[in-house]
Ligand binder design. Structure first.
Ligand code: BV8
Ligand code: ZN
Length: 243
């Protein structure tokens, strides 16, 4: 991939970038968890209906994510950020915290953070690695409200500040934009619409995925099929010829 001194790189990552770290992907779970549809468990309706079931889902994921480490794909993205500085921005759909652990700083966790919780009334997120597998479930000391994972659930709005930062980056970059989606099936909106926004300003669009879907692939200029942990490290080194 040829990047020059004008290139502005926006990266969108999904569950596939953490797969080589041992974190299960959503498609890998066929959208199910212990027989429940993820969309039901990861939703405000699901939390209202059965908060213990939802806390068990996120507690298992906290336990899992605490045992894994960033892989070469996460590291390659942190290194690219170090090279490009403000000409780089990462929007991740992942909540596992692995990008931050690999050193990414110019990173927006657009679907929330697994290791943060918040009172559903006070809405102030705080670091929380606790697991909750049985009642009593955590309640806010200030107002007594229910504590929930600081996650953007299906049917919930993404943080407008995140969306504004991504849109501003795309607008400002224009034709100098290189948009790279890594390890995402492109099924969940509004993240899945970013490639269209990138194309609308004349940016270059690349997809890196182990098993890209035909529908999502069709919206990219270039599709590199393979594991992100194997492709990313060599993709950005200036000397490497475009594969
Ligand atoms: C919104 C946090 C509306 C949860 C997530 C009906 C009701 C309500 C909403 C909707 C509806 N119908 C449609 C919607 C909109 C909905 C949506 O898009 N649904 C989809 C299912 C159709 N979107 C929303 O609800 C969003 N909010 O629309 O608000 C609104 C509007 C106005 C006012 C009020 C409300 C919120 C979406 C965020 C949901 N939260 N995450 C949690 O993590 O627990 S989404 C969650 O699933 C992930 O964050 C991620 O985004 C998504 C899974 O996608 P991927 O990351 O792509 O993972 P996947 O497994 O699918 O793919 C992995 C890829 O990696 C594969 O391609 C695979 O080939 C590849 N791969 C595997 N290994 C490797 C690899 N690639 C490279 N290397 C490897 N080694
Ligand atoms: Zn509260």
């Amino acid at each position: 991939m040829k990047l020059d001194s004008q290139s502005r790189v926006l990266v969108l990552t999904g569950a596939g970038v953490s797969a080589e770290s041992g974190v299960p992907t959503f498609r890998g779970m066929n959208g199910l968890w212990e027989g429940h549809r993820v969309e039901e468990v990861a939703s405000p309706e699901g939390f209202a209906a059965d908060p213990l079931l939802v806390w068990r889902f996120y507690s298992l994921r906290r336990e899992g994510a605490a045992k894994v480490a960033p892989n070469a794909g996460h590291v390659a993205l942190a290194e690219l950020e170090a090279r490009l500085g403000e000409r780089f921005l990462l929007a991740t759909q992942n909540v596992d915290g692995l990008h931050a652990r690999a050193g990414s700083r110019r990173m927006l966790a657009i679907h929330g953070e697994l290791f943060q919780s918040r009172c559903e009334r006070c809405n102030v997120p705080f670091a929380d690695a606790q697991t909750y597998f049985a009642a009593p479930l955590p309640r806010c000391e200030t107002c007594g409200g229910a504590i929930r994972p600081h996650i953007v659930w299906f049917g919930e709005m993404l943080d407008p500040a995140h969306l504004q930062r991504v849109e501003a980056f795309i607008e400002e970059a224009g034709k100098r934009l290189v948009f790279i989606a890594v390890g995402t099936s492109g099924m969940v909106y509004p993240a899945a619409g970013l490639v269209d926004a990138a194309r609308s300003v004349g940016g270059q669009t690349w997809l890196v995925d182990a098993a890209p879907s035909a529908e999502y692939s069709a919206r990219f200029d270039r599709v590199l099929t393979g594991k992100s942990g194997e492709i990313l490290p060599g993709l950005f080194s200036e000397s490497a010829p475009s594969p």
